[in-house]
Every structure is written in C-alpha cells, then in structure tokens.
Design a protein around this ligand. Structure first.
Ligand code: S3P
Length: 176
C-alpha cells in the first residue's frame, strides 16, 4: 500500500513519514525533495525565480508521476499539494493508496513554524508570532476543506513523530 501524508506546513509529514516508512519497511519519499532534485534548486529559489504557479504545476505533475509508480512508499507531500489542480483526486483515486491528514492545532503549527520559516516562501515574510498565528488561522481555514477529505484523519496533539506513526499503524491494522 502507498501512504500519502497531507497537512499544513509544520504538521510533521516528513518526520512522521520517515518513521512510518521504516516501520513498514518501504521507502520514504518527500515531494518537495523530489521537486528540488528535478529542478536542482531549493523550493525558495523555485518560488523566487519561477513563481508559485510554476511550482504548483510541477508539484501536480510530480504527484501524478510518483503515484503511477508500481512500488509502495510513504510520501510526505507539501502543505499545499492537495489544494491545487487535481492532486487530491489523484491521491484519493489512486489504487491501494491511503491518504492521511495530520491535523495539527494553529498554536502548535505557529510555534513550530516561527522557528522554521526560512525555506518556506509562503510564510518567511511574517515578522512576529501573532502575525504568524493569524496567517495560519486563515490559511488553514481555506485549506481544511481539502485536508478533511483524507481517508484517515489523525489529530497529532502534542505527540512525537514516533507516537503519531504508531497511531497510524494501529489504524492500519484495525487495532483502534
Ligand atoms: C507549501 C508547503 C511547503 C512547500 C512550499 C509550499 C504550502 O512544504 O511545498 O513551500 O503551500 O503549504 P511543507 O509543508 O513540507 O513545508
């Protein structure tokens, strides 16, 4: 089975995805990393030099390409991936694929992202924590409609990546 993790920036898609992949003995893939590899540029450089629309098209094409692969993997997407073009439908309609939304509170996201905003072009301009919190509140409200269509929704609470991965595995095994 392929597992696709979706959720806002800072929700732990990459760290949870790595643990999950290790537990399931399947490869871990990171969509942003795949895009950076293809373009030989950082996400921030792509946004700056080619613009967001270019990035969104590339993101959509990369999801399509990865999901068409035969092998299983755990995929960490970017925060905006399911919200543009037909990327969400591609995930939801992909055979033997489970889409998991890592649902995280605005306060937790804001605390984490204020420390890690530099390579994230959509939030790097935000100067203070209250500004960050307000931006995330509005942005998450706009995006939740997409995220909530995931096959499995995991409230990440304050849990560690290990615990979140364990909770996903329990759901997969029907233990919860
Ligand atoms: C984005 C999230 C980022 C990256 C890009 C745009 C978004 O990924 O794809 O900066 O639109 O939310 P992470 O969620 O891994 O930070």
């Amino acid at each position: 089975m392929k597992i696709v993790l979706i959720g806002y920036m800072g929700s732990g898609k990459t760290s949870v995805g790595k643990v999950l992949a290790e537990e399931l003995h399947i490869p871990f893939r990171d969509l942003d990393f795949e895009i950076e590899k293809t373009e030989a540029k950082s996400i921030a450089e792509i946004f700056q030099e080619k613009g967001e629309i270019y990035f969104r098209k590339l993101e959509n094409r990369t999801v399509e390409f990865l999901l068409s692969e035969k092998d299983d993997f755990v995929l960490a997407t970017g925060g905006g991936t399911p919200c543009y073009a037909n990327s969400l439908s591609l995930m939801l309609d992909s055979p033997d694929t489970l889409t998991v939304y890592l649902k995280t509170s605005i306060t937790n996201l804001s605390n984490r992202l204020f420390r890690e905003k530099e390579n994230r072009p959509l939030i790097s301009h935000l100067k203070s924590e209250p500004e960050m919190k307000e931006f995330i509140g509005i942005h998450l409200f706009e995006r939740s409609h997409f995220y909530n269509q995931a096959g499995l929704i995991i409230d990440t609470k304050e849990d560690s990546p290990n615990t979140i991965a364990k909770r996903i595995l329990e759901e997969l095994r029907g233990e919860r």
